[in-house]
Design a protein around this ligand. Structure first.
Ligand SMILES: Cc1ncc(COP(=O)(O)O)c(C=O)c1O
Length: 400
């Protein structure tokens, strides 16, 4: 058999390849195993990824199809079309109270892409970026790809940022604080008092504040407390249509921030993307027009599924549900089973073919938990609860 082609050890990769190959990638191992098993026709239940099983609103798809037929298949400006950036700016202004225009906005291929660009534009080698645990598993690589070091601020037992522990982590090397609100995986929404404390630190130490609000549309009334209006020169808000509109595969997201940052981000978008598909941008415009209905739909959907899942796991031996304020995830504290989150994920998948995510992927504070995405159909959710209950009962019998 031919050995697969590989590189000569005399040619070197850039240092950054090491910075993006860490724990974030490992966290997805069981998930990808489950996806591969499903593709082979296996009876697996995948609750490991935040991808609602709702369809994209029909009007959005229709607009994309019409735009394709009308020939919107050519190059588009790197920052995104002005009409779309105006619509994003208007939606941001309504949500946060910060008056912004299209020059404050750059359109990207999802929030993940916008986070990457924010990271590259705001910090570099020798700098530090602080984030709060529990944190979304792509953050370490997304932050450290720039050469900056990620500093993790611990969480309180209730999964809220430990603000007393935060202040001493800020040093002359700190350039930015990144967070997600509502949080993935905990569903915690940063409140005004917490934001005031973070804002004071940012003022005192001249820090960037990057607020990942990809789940904001799922929060009560579709909004979360924000520092954007109070600190417009330092706050960068990240958003997307992925979660609010069930549009994860469309890759439509953005960054809103000071004009100078938007200029740098646009130049990075130019050399990285050279513009994104125009027919998707037309669809994104329709999606923004529909935002009130689309967001109300997903909020109601998540509310009902969250309730159903919480009822379904009630009384499972060794499992305690930590109910979220918003979003599509629930943390299950599995410490009562005697297993760590990682062992629970492996053993549950091996025994019952249910894929969930190891809480340790989000930091030490949730290593005794697993994360479950409940945004799926009722039958699948009910079957997942049956399998979870059976797995935990078998565990208990084994240990008795
Ligand atoms: C906190 C957080 N930020 C960003 C993203 C990426 O979102 P998008 O699909 O818009 O790239 C996710 C996806 O799960 C997320 O949970």
């Amino acid at each position: 058999m031919l050995t697969p082609a590989t590189h000569s050890t005399d040619v070197k990769f850039a240092d950054l390849v090491m910075r993006v190959s860490g724990e974030g990638a490992d966290a997805w191992r069981v998930h990808y195993e489950a996806v591969a098993a499903r593709e082979r026709g296996g009876d697996v239940i995948i609750l490991s990824v935040g991808d609602p099983d709702l369809a994209t609103p029909a009007e959005v798809t229709a607009r994309a199809v019409a735009a394709l037929h009308a020939g919107d298949t050519h190059y588009v400006p790197a920052a995104g079309r002005t009409a779309l950036r105006e619509a994003i700016a208007a939606a941001h202004a309504r949500r946060t109270g910060q008056p912004v225009g299209p020059d404050n906005v750059v359109y990207f291929s999802g929030a993940q892409n916008a986070l990457f660009v924010a990271s590259m534009c705001l910090a570099g080698p020798g700098d530090e970026v602080v984030t709060f645990e529990p944190l979304y598993p792509t953050y370490p690589a997304t932050v450290e790809v720039s050469g900056a070091r990620l500093v993790r601020a611990p969480a309180s037992p209730a999964c809220r940022p430990d603000l007393e522990a935060l202040a001493p982590l800020i040093s002359s090397r700190t350039r930015a604080i990144f967070w997600a609100t509502p949080n993935n995986p905990s569903g915690v929404i940063l409140n005004d008092a917490e934001l005031a404390c973070i804002g004071a630190l940012a003022r005192r130490h001249d820090l960037w504040l990057v607020s990942d609000e990809v789940y904001a549309g799922l929060a009560p009334d579709g909004r979360v407390p924000s520092l954007a209006a109070q600190l417009p020169e330092q706050v960068v808000t990240i958003g997307s249509l992925s979660k609010s509109h069930a549009m994860t595969g469309w890759r439509a997201g953005w960054l809103v921030g000071p004009r100078a940052l938007a200029g740098h981000a646009e130049r990075l978008a130019m050399c990285m993307l050279f513009g994104l598909p125009g027919f998707v941008q037309q669809a994104a415009l329709t999606a923004l027009e529909l935002a009130p209905q689309a967001e109300a739909r997903i909020r109601e959907y998540c509310r009902m599924r969250e309730e159903r899942f919480a009822v379904g796991v009630r009384g499972i031996s060794g499992v305690n549900a930590l109910r979220p304020e918003a979003g599509m995830f629930m943390l299950l504290d599995v410490s009562g089973t005697g297993l760590s989150g990682a062992a629970f994920v492996r053993e549950l998948y091996a025994a019952e073919a249910v894929a969930v995510m190891d809480g340790a992927a989000f930091g030490a504070a949730t290593a005794h938990c697993v994360r479950v995405c409940f945004a799926t159909d009722e039958a699948t959710l009910d079957e997942a609860c049956v399998r979870l209950r059976r797995f935990c009962a078998a565990l208990r019998r084994r240990r008795a």
